[in-house]
Structures are given as C-alpha cells and as structure tokens.
Design a binder for this molecule. Structure first.
Ligand SMILES: NC(=O)c1ccc[n+]([C@@H]2O[C@H](COP(=O)([O-])OP(=O)(O)OC[C@H]3O[C@@H](n4cnc5c(N)ncnc54)[C@H](O)[C@@H]3O)[C@@H](O)[C@H]2O)c1
Length: 258
C-alpha cells in the first residue's frame, strides 16, 4: 500500500538542541527522541549537570544522547560543540536553536552591557551556530533548522527592548537563511511561543500585575507549558514540513489573533 501521508516522525535523524537542560529545550530534546531522533544537547559549561536527567529520558526512549558544553556566542565554543556533536551522532540533520536569555529592563534604564548580552546570545550566537551546522548540512544532503524566536519577535512588550529586538532579528534572519539555503535542501523555520512557564519566566509570572496582564492577552486563558511547544518543533523537523521554509509558526494561544 502506498503511504500517502508524510511522516511526522524523525526516525534515524540526528538532532542538536541548545539550552536543553531546562524549560522548552529540555521538553524539545525529549520529544525529538520520542519521535525517533538521536540528540546532542548543549548546556552552559557550569550547568552541564542539568543534562543528566534529560539524557536518561532520551535513552529510555531508545535513542542516543550526547551532552555537550556550549557558551554562545563564542565561536571557539561553537566550533568545538559542532565538531563534538558530529562525532557523537555521526552527523547533524536537525538543529534546534533554543538557547536564549532575557534581561528585562525599562528602555530608559537598559545598559549597554545587558543589550549586548541579549543580542549576543539570542541573535549572534544563533547565527554563527546555524552557519556552522548549515555548512555541514550543505555538504551532507540538507537538513532542518528550527529557531526559537518568540511572540516577542512580532509584538512588543514592556521592559523588553533588547529581547524583542533580538527575537524580531531571529524572525527575519530565519527568512534570509531559508532563501539562501533552499537550494541545499536546508529548511529554516522559527517558532514564536507565547508566554511559557519556565525558569526564564517564573519571576515575571510571580508578579501579580504582570500575570494579570499576560493572561488578558492570551485568549486560550492560560500561559503555556514547555510541552505546548514540542509538537510544532517536531512537525517542522519532520518530512511533513518538507515545503515549509522561512516561516515563523506562532504558538501563541491566540495572542496575535486579537
Ligand atoms: N519561556 C517563554 O515564555 C518563552 C517565550 C518565547 C520564547 N522563548 C524562548 O525559548 C527559549 C528557551 O527559553 P526557556 O523559557 O526554556 O528558558 P530557560 O532559561 O529555561 O532556558 C534557556 C536555556 O538557554 C541556555 N543558555 C543561556 N545562555 C546561554 C549561552 N550564553 N550559551 C548557551 N546556552 C545558554 C540556558 O542555560 C538554558 O538551558 C529561549 O530562546 C527563549 O527566548 C521562551
């Protein structure tokens, strides 16, 4: 019988997930292994311990887990990480650029140092890791890149001049890489999550004024959990999304439908 439906699985693929010891990255790494991929996971060098439990979950799914240090945007760290991921997995078919930071501050008070830190991790680091993995994919028949942008890449929000700018950069960088790399069969897409409850956002959610404001903006009536994001990532990494590239898929609970 002909199989008419493209697969939503990623069996036999080799995936890289950055910032996988926590929050969304952790859930994405485990979901990709459930969908059939081996996974190389990154964490900051002083947070490598946080990958242990994630690796155990991946191995319980019958897949290989390769925990590795990565400190964005340092290019020597990126180069070592990519070389070790290729060696550990045998190649890279899928890159999920998940690692990111937010340093909330009023625009009047935002320091140059904090501005640079947010841009460096969220945009510069994401680009140079994509470049290194993209070169490997180009030389080995193609691949998939999924960038963790944000609802804040398409709408503004208070105290997020640096963060919103960096994520808007990710949304448009996604289009550029999709255009340039389509001929190499490298699809580049992004996800725009709504407010997801993770260590990055817990303090904001604990502020009653912020919590009320956020909930007002999400027609679904709740904030997201990391597990709300994983279906979109696996889909964009799968054969079912073969003709989707340059797109930002908002997983926003209806925020932008208003
Ligand atoms: N939580 C949300 O509401 C939300 C919404 C939209 C987008 N996002 C994005 O999703 C991604 C994951 O966010 P999260 O909420 O799970 O946050 P998190 O803080 O739980 O995880 C961030 C991960 O990035 C890693 N990281 C931080 N700085 C790094 C650096 N310099 N080099 C390498 N790794 C570094 C951290 O160690 C951590 O593993 C981020 O890109 C974030 O901007 C989050």
């Amino acid at each position: 019988m002909t199989n008419v439906l493209p697969s939503l699985r990623v069996d036999g693929k080799r995936a890289v997930v950055t910032g996988a010891g926590s929050g969304i990255g952790r859930a994405v790494a485990i979901a990709l292994s459930e969908a059939g991929a081996d996974v190389a996971l990154s964490e900051l060098p002083d947070r490598l311990d946080s990958l242990q439990e994630v690796c155990e979950a991946i191995e319980l799914n019958g897949q290989k887990a390769v925990p590795l240090p990565l400190a964005l945007p340092q290019t020597d760290s990126i180069d070592t990480f990519v070389a070790d991921a290729i060696e550990g997995l045998g190649g890279i078919d899928i890159l999920v650029n998940n690692a990111g930071v937010n340093i909330p501050a009023d625009a009047f008070d935002l320091t140059e140092q904090d501005w640079d830190q947010v841009q460096d991790v969220n945009l510069k680091g994401l680009f140079f890791l994509s470049q290194r993995c993209g070169r490997h994919m180009r030389d080995h028949g193609g691949g998939r890149i999924v960038n963790m942008a944000s609802i804040n890449g398409v709408v503004g929000y208070y105290k997020r001049a640096a963060y919103c700018s960096s994520k808007a950069g990710v949304v448009n960088l996604t289009r550029v890489l999709a255009l340039e790399w389509a001929e190499h069969d490298i699809n580049v897409n992004a996800i725009g999550p709504t407010f997801i409850l993770t260590p990055l956002t817990q303090a904001t959610f604990d502020d009653p004024v912020m919590r009320e404001d956020l909930l007002k903006r999400i027609p679904k009536g709740r904030v997201g959990q990391p597990e709300d994001i994983v279906g979109a990532v696996v889909f964009l990494a799968s054969d079912a999304a073969a003709m989707i590239t340059g797109h930002t898929l908002l997983v926003d609970g209806g925020w932008t439908a208003i």
